[in-house]
Design a protein around this ligand. Structure first.
Ligand SMILES: Nc1ncnc2c1ncn2[C@@H]1O[C@H](COP(=O)(O)OP(=O)(O)OP(=O)(O)O)[C@@H](O)[C@H]1O
Ligand SMILES: [Mg+2]
Length: 354
């Protein structure tokens, strides 16, 4: 009877955990172990659920909450870095185990792994946000361009009637230069506002990236920066837009070359491409040991026009992000000030038609 019960519990598709009134784990089925990243129930039986699923910012362990509030909880979301180090999002529903005097003896919780759904939702949200941002940028660019055209005509006219007055002409030339700068910004904004149209073809991503590294080698050499490239042997052809992805790696490599301020004598950029056959996922890492990005700035670098460089437009990374999202991919980074920065580009293998 006991083993039949065990078989049924283990064949549930959800994870199931039972804890006593102190939060000590009494049972955990196989799916629960998989979700939490353990190999056998010996590793968690007798432990406190508080240690296995700790509370963090606004993320409260639903088992303990159930016990403390003496109430069942429905579909609570809980984020966890599991034992194997994977970030997982769980949906947890709890029920109280009570004795005949309605005293809480423990809690049973059913948990479903929502990580895939959550990732999809995040991507969708990002796409929506970018679409709104694109629209706003387009409207702003338009609103800047129109009066600018009028101003330019007016100034050109003034210039024509002030012929001979060299001081005035000189000031006017300066104004015209500023206007041209504004026009350039408006043009950049218009280009950025368009969601990239991807023309899918099958091509060798390894070749493409290697080519980009070669193109930028002279700039890197000039700054005394070494560039290294490694590629997995099993990387298949990728289906995507080679021109746009070329822009992605151009931007990332240029940013890395620009990330050195001169003091370091072991300046290095490492580019690496791997292919994960199980998930049909290409991962490209562009890593430098340059100045790094502060945590504060890490939150801003994908916002259009954010730049810390003289003469930068701050449209490099936002454009990179849009192109990657248009390929259903993702971009992440790890960076430490004074140590360096690593950008990680993940591109799923799209079907031929894209
Ligand atoms: N590898 C890197 N190391 C350090 N900082 C970086 C790196 N890549 C990006 N950044 C930071 O992110 C900011 C935004 O980068 P982004 O490419 O969008 O614009 P930019 O390089 O400043 O200007 P543009 O690319 O338009 O010439 C940079 O100004 C810099 O502060
Ligand atoms: Mg840049």
């Amino acid at each position: 009877m006991d083993s039949l019960y065990q078989t049924i519990i283990n064949s549930l598709s959800s994870g199931m955990i039972t804890v006593d009134s102190e939060g000590i784990i009494i049972s955990a089925n196989n799916p629960a172990l998989v979700i939490l990243g353990y190999n056998s129930d010996n590793e968690i039986l007798g432990k406190s659920i508080r240690d296995v699923m700790p509370d963090s910012n606004g993320n409260i362990n639903p088992f303990m909450e159930s016990i403390e509030k003496k109430t069942a909880l429905k579909r609570r979301e809980y984020a966890l870095k599991n034992k194997k180090g994977d970030k997982t999002y769980l949906g947890i529903t709890t029920s109280l185990i009570e004795n005949s005097n309605y005293e809480v003896q423990g809690v049973v919780g059913l948990m479903t792994d929502l990580t895939k759904i959550k990732t999809m939702q995040d991507k969708l949200k990002q796409k929506e946000n970018l679409a709104i941002l694109g629209e706003m940028t387009a409207v702003m660019a338009h609103e800047i361009k129109n009066p600018l055209t009028g101003i330019k005509f007016g100034i050109e006219y003034l210039k024509s009637i002030l012929k001979g007055n060299d001081d005035a002409i000189e000031s006017i030339e300066l104004i015209l230069k500023e206007i041209n700068q504004l026009e350039r910004i408006a043009k950049d904004m218009t280009n950025f506002a368009r969601m990239p149209q991807i023309n899918v073809e099958s091509f060798d991503l390894v070749d493409l990236i290697e080519g980009k590294i070669k193109i930028h080698k002279p700039e890197a050499d000039a700054k005394g920066v070494k560039m290294e490239f490694t590629a997995d042997k099993n990387v298949p052809n990728y289906n995507g837009d080679p021109y746009l992805l070329g822009e992605v790696f151009n931007n990332l490599i240029i940013n890395s070359i620009e990330a050195f301020d001169g003091d370091n004598d072991d300046k290095k950029i490492e580019v690496e491409i791997r292919y994960d056959e199980n998930n049909s996922l290409f991962t490209v890492r562009v890593r430098d040991n340059g100045i790094g990005i502060s945590e504060d700035n890490q939150k801003k670098i994908f916002i259009p026009f954010f730049t810390t460089k003289r003469g930068g437009t701050g449209l490099g990374l936002p454009t990179v992000q849009r192109i990657i999202i248009a390929h259903n991919g993702a971009i992440k980074l790890n960076s430490t000030v004074g140590k360096g920065t690593e950008f990680i580009v993940e591109l799923p293998l799209l079907s031929g038609e894209g």
